[in-house]
Design a protein around this ligand. Structure first.
Ligand code: BES
Ligand code: MN
Ligand code: MN
Length: 459
């Protein structure tokens, strides 16, 4: 009988072709004109679950982009794993910085370049293909699986949160598996133990009733753009500390064991600055290491400030309104709702005279921390170690995956974050890529994880 790796080797070329087909679909969730592509990507994911041999496969339509669901519950007495991924992708701008078109997957040096290659199509497909290859090799799966794929991850969509909250029975599982993070470094198997949460908001500033001539009224009229910038400048000091009262009140210090484990991970700060950040200096709170600033400390960032005149040339105007997209990344135990109201109070109290600022919520997610002593997490680490042949490292990530908080809150299960991305995959940026080696190693890693989970119950 052929082994799992014989089968996986045999299927390699088709698995890659299917990855490229998935990557050709421009399923950008934030742009309304891509709605038909969202539908195509959902349908593609559904077909892939069917090909993998899952049952009860369906599209779940609702207020937002469809969810895709499938399950295989034929492993009586075995644990149940809930797998999750997302088929939506980020926009591609700035398009002129791509070396090959974002939706024409192109292989260079063993990496496939395309929007969504690493985040998350390549990774979610690796997990689907692990199931397909396991089924082909053994005729069955070693554990029960439920697979949920969403199309609104990149926009903080509400669909999946309400689906998880109202379908606890259907989604009941012993643990979740999510491949939507990155490895610490190439060939370094990694479990992500923490994700930051977030509060994403829009700050709407208004000054005078209408735009005004900056000569005829300059010196007497409030300027909404400048007022908003003044307010934002009061939110954080030059050393990176957020000045909104109460912002840090609930921040939990990482344990000394966790901090010590970060110190053992080899890290070259200068190389990181040059190759991964590409900036002349690193910023952020003094007194905290890069690992701490990325994983265990909250942030306050401005993403964009539309308002006033931004066209070519000059126009002398005092803008009556301005807006800013502002988000905070949160860490345990900060509460997103509480942080939102702290922001609102701060804006009300600190907007300059003549400027009113309304802070509107766009979406929230709580921070999560994996219970590293849970058997699903230690089994995941062991599977990675076996497949990659080196010790698994545990790191927190600065990114957010909102559903992981929903799995914890509503289903009471931990999530093993086994990511196969690489630090230079350029998520959300031009020339996003995914290593084809990691695609296949990911398939093997996920399969091994499920096999080990299936065996654990037997002993
Ligand atoms: N997969 C990423 C998050 C991620 C990447 C976590 C690498 C850890 C390592 C996810 O698709 C993402 O981009 N999330 C958004 C969430 C937001 C829109 C709610 C984020 O972090 O900005
Ligand atoms: Mn993702
Ligand atoms: Mn993303």
């Amino acid at each position: 009988m052929p082994s799992f790796s014989d089968i996986a080797n045999l299927l390699r070329p088709r698995f890659e072709d299917e990855l490229f087909d998935f990557l050709r679909i421009p399923s950008i969730s934030t742009l309304p004109e891509h709605k038909p592509d969202i539908a195509r990507a959902a349908e593609f994911a559904k077909q892939q679950l069917l090909v993998a041999g899952l049952e009860a496969v369906e599209l779940i339509e609702g207020s937002g982009h469809p969810l895709v669901y499938g399950e295989w519950l034929g492993a009586a007495g075995k644990p149940t794993v809930l797998l999750y991924g997302h088929y939506d992708v980020q926009p591609v701008d700035p398009l002129d910085q791509w070396d090959s078109p974002p939706f024409e997957p192109t292989v260079r040096d063993g990496q496939v370049y395309a929007r969504g290659a690493s985040d998350d199509k390549g990774q979610v497909l690796a997990n689907i293909k692990a199931l397909e290859a396991l089924r082909q090799a053994h005729g069955e799966l070693p554990v029960n699986v439920k697979f949920l794929i969403e199309g609104e991850e990149e926009v903080g969509g509400e669909m999946i949160a309400s689906y998880v909250a109202t379908n606890k029975e259907r989604l009941a599982a012993d643990a979740a598996l999510v491949s939507d993070t990155a490895m610490y470094a190439a060939e370094t198997p990694t479990i992500c133990t923490g994700l930051r949460g977030m509060v994403y908001t829009e700050w709407l500033a208004t000054g005078a009733e209408r735009d005004l001539h900056s000569g005829l009224f300059g010196g007497v009229a409030p300027n909404a753009v400048f007022g908003l910038v003044e307010l934002l400048a009061k939110c954080k000091d030059a050393s990176g500390r957020v000045l909104i009262p109460g912002f840090y009140d609930r921040v939990r210090e990482p344990s000394s064991a966790e901090k010590a484990s970060w110190e053992r991970i080899p890290f070259d700060e200068d190389k990181y600055r040059r190759t991964e950040v590409g900036a002349s200096t690193l910023t952020g709170e003094s007194g905290y290491s890069v690992f701490e600033r990325l994983g265990a400390r909250p942030t306050f960032e401005v993403h964009g400030i539309p308002g006033g005149f931004t066209g070519p040339g000059a126009k002398t105007v005092i803008p009556a309104s301005a807006a800013a997209k502002v988000s905070a990344r949160l860490v345990p135990d900060q509460d997103p709702e509480e942080i939102l109201s702290l922001m609102q109070d701060f804006a009300a109290a600190n907007a300059p005279a003549g400027i009113e600022v309304e802070v509107r919520l766009i979406h929230t997610a709580p921070a999560t921390l994996a219970p590293t002593d849970h058997p699903a997490i230690s089994t995941a680490a062991r599977a990675l170690e076996e497949v990659w042949g080196s010790e698994t490292v545990f790191i927190r990530s600065g990114g957010s995956i909102p559903v992981v908080g929903d799995f914890q809150e509503h289903l009471g299960i931990p999530t093993a974050l086994m990511g196969y991305g690489l630090p230079d995959d350029a998520l959300h940026a031009p020339n996003e890529k995914f290593s084809l080696r990691n695609f296949h190693m990911g398939i093997a890693s996920t399969a091994r994880f499920l096999e080990l989970l299936g065996q654990a119950e037997r002993n």
